[in-house]
Design a protein around this ligand. Structure first.
Ligand SMILES: Nc1ncnc2c1ncn2[C@@H]1O[C@H](COP(=O)(O)OP(=O)(O)OP(=O)(O)O)[C@@H](O)[C@H]1O
Ligand SMILES: [Mg+2]
Length: 451
C-alpha cells in the first residue's frame, strides 16, 4: 500500500501530507491534500471550492499542468535554534516548529501528527555506487529492481552518517546500458548505478528530536533541493537538464538534474543573511534594520539603479534614520552577490556540468527576491535563468507562490508524488515509483544507516 503512512498525518483525513521546512530564517509547515477526484482544469489560473475552502491555482509561463494537489494550510514562524540548516538548540527549534505547526493546523482544520522534513547543510554528501544481481526469474520485476538497488546501497558508509536517498540513475540488462525501467524485460544480469545522498546522523537526529518534542513523528527526511525542485521544476526541465539553486537565509543549495534525475548537488554556506550582515557592518546599523533595508531597497547590481536614488537607513534608538544614496547600499551588496555566483559557477561550470543544462538555471529561495539576482546569475553563469516558485498547485493562501516557500511546498508534494504519478498527474517520473526514500524513520532512524 503506497500511502499507508498518510493515516498518521491527520486524525481526520488520510489524503493529507505535511511538509515541514525548518529553515535558517523561517520554519514553515505546509499541509497538502491529494485532490480527491480526477483531473480538473489544466489551463490558466483556476479557482474552485473543495470542502468549503476556496483554492487558487499556481500556473505560470513554464506551462506546468495541474498537479492534482492542493495546499490547505500554511503556518510560518521565525526560526530559532537553527544555523546554516543545522539545529544548534533543540528547545528553540522545537518552539518554532510548534508555532508553525499550530498555525497550519488552524488554517487546515486538521491535527498534524507526522511530517516530512527537509535537511540541508555542508554535511550532506552525494556518492555514486553500483549494484549487480543475477536474475533467476523469466522477467525482471519489482523484486529484482529492489534487490539490485539494495546491492548498490551496500557500500561502507561511516557510522556517523545516515543514508537519506538512494536514487537509481540508470539500469543495464545483460550489459546493455541506458535502460530507464527494466521491469518486464528478460535477462540474466541486472545492473544499476545509484546516487546515494548521506547526511550527518547527528544532524538528522536533532531535527527529528525537535519534532518529537512536540509529539510529531517524522515519516521522511528529504534533501531540501530535491523537494524545492519538485515544487518549481517541470518534468521537461528535469529531462532536458536544469540546475535548481535555492538561495535561502543561511545556505545556498545547488541540485543539477539531467535525464530526469539528480546528477550533482552541493551546499554552500552562504545565503541571504550574509547580505544582511554585510549591510549591518558596512553601515553600522542593527541587523534588523539592515534586513528591512535589504528587502525594501536592496539590489545586486549598481548598473541597474539610478545615480540619484536615495534611501533611508531606518530609525535607530529613537533617532531618525539617515538618508543615503542607494548606491552606497548596492556597493555593499554587489561584491557579495558576485562572490556567491562565482562559487556557484565553480560548482557547475568548473565541474563541467554546464554543458548538460539545456533548460538553464532556476533560482529559488527567499534571497532571489532581491532586485538583479536573476540578471547577475545570467551574466556570471552564462545560462538562461528564471525565478522559480511553486507551480501547478492550488492553495488557500497566496503566500506559497513565493520562492521562499518552494521547499515547504516541495516537501509536502514530494510525499504525495507517488500517488499522483499513479493517477497520471504531472510531477514524478518512472523512477519516483522505485526511488528509495527514508520512509521508516518512525521506528528507528538508525536502521537506515548502511550495513
Ligand atoms: N525581498 C527580498 N529581498 C532580498 N532578500 C530577501 C527578500 N525576501 C526574503 N529575503 C531573504 O531571503 C532569506 C530567507 O530565505 P528563505 O526563507 O528561503 O530561507 P530559509 O529557508 O529560512 O533558510 P535556509 O534555506 O538557508 O535554511 C533571508 O536572508 C531574507 O532576508
Ligand atoms: Mg530554505
Amino acid at each position: 500500500m503506497p500511502f499507508g503512512f498518510l493515516k498518521d498525518i491527520s486524525l481526520k483525513n488520510d489524503r493529507l501530507v505535511v511538509g515541514l521546512d525548518i529553515g535558517t530564517t523561517k520554519t514553515c509547515a505546509v499541509v497538502g491534500e491529494i485532490r480527491p477526484s480526477g483531473k480538473i482544469k489544466t489551463k490558466g489560473p483556476f479557482s474552485e471550492e473543495i470542502s468549503g475552502r476556496v483554492l487558487k491555482g499556481g500556473f505560470n509561463s513554464t506551462g506546468t499542468k495541474d498537479r492534482g494537489f492542493n495546499i490547505i494550510g500554511v503556518g510560518v514562524a521565525d526560526s530559532k535554534g537553527i544555523k546554516k540548516g543545522v539545529v544548534t538548540n533543540i528547545e528553540s527549534a522545537a518552539d518554532s516548529i510548534k508555532e508553525a505547526v499550530q498555525e497550519a493546523e488552524k488554517m487546515a482544520g486538521v491535527d498534524i501528527k507526522a511530517v516530512q522534513i527537509g535537511i540541508t547543510g555542508g554535511h550532506i554528501n552525494c556518492l555514486l555506487s553500483q549494484g549487480v544481481i543475477a536474475v533467476k526469474e523469466k522477467e525482471i520485476g519489482r523484486k529484482e529492481v529492489d534487490s539490485v538497488i539494495d546491492a548498490a546501497r551496500a557500500v561502507a558508509i561511516p557510522f556517523d552518517r545516515d543514508i537519506l536517498h538512494v536514487i537509481p540513475v540508470g539500469f543495464a540488462v545483460n550489459g546493455q546500458k541506458g535502460i530507464t525501467d527494466p521491469r518486464g524485460m528478460g535477462g540474466v544480469r541486472l545492473e544499476t548505478d545509484v546516487r546515494i545522498i548521506t547526511a550527518m546522523a547527528m544532524s538528522v537526529q536533532n531535527l527529528i528530536k525537535s519534532c518529537k518534542k512536540n509529539g510529531i513523528d517524522v515519516v521522511d527526511v528529504v534533501f531540501q533541493p530535491l523537494a524545492s525542485a519538485d515544487a518549481v521544476l517541470t518534468h521537461d526541465e528535469k529531462d532536458l537538464g536544469v540546475a535548481v539553486i535555492d538561495i535561502g537565509g543561511g545556505t545556498t543549495d545547488i541540485a543539477l538534474f539531467q535525464e530526469g534525475h539528480i546528477c550533482h548537488s552541493a551546499v554552500l554556506d552562504l545565503g541571504g543573511n550574509n547580505f544582511t550582515n554585510d549591510i549591518a557592518i558596512g553601515m553600522r546599523i542593527p541587523t534588523r534594520h539592515a534586513e528591512i533595508l535589504k528587502k525594501t531597497h536592496g539590489c545586486s547590481m549598481i548598473s541597474l539603479i539610478n545615480e540619484d536614488e536615495e534611501v533611508e537607513t531606518g530609525r535607530v534608538d529613537g533617532k531618525t534614520g539617515r538618508r543615503i544614496p542607494r548606491r552606497y547600499l548596492v556597493e555593499i551588496l554587489q561584491p557579495r552577490a558576485e562572490e556567491l555566483f562565482a562559487l556557484i559557477k565553480e560548482e557547475i561550470t568548473g565541474k563541467g556540468f554546464h554543458k548538460g543544462l539545456n533548460s538553464g538555471i532556476v533560482l529559488t529561495g527567499g534571497a532571489v527576491l532581491m532586485e538583479g539576482m536573476d540578471v547577475m546569475a545570467e551574466n556570471i553563469l552564462e545560462l538562461p535563468v528564471r525565478i522559480g516558485s511553486p507551480v501547478g498547485i492550488g492553495s488557500v493562501s497566496d503566500i506559497i507562490y513565493d520562492p521562499a516557500y518552494a521547499t515547504g511546498v516541495g516537501l509536502a508534494f514530494y510525499g504525495a508524488e507517488e500517488s499522483l504519478t499513479e493517477r497520471g498527474f504531472e510531477g514524478g517520473n518512472m523512477f519516483d515509483g522505485i526511488k528509495i526514500k527514508m520512509k521508516t524513520l518512525l521506528g528507528d532512524a538508525l536502521n537506515l544507516r548502511s550495513q
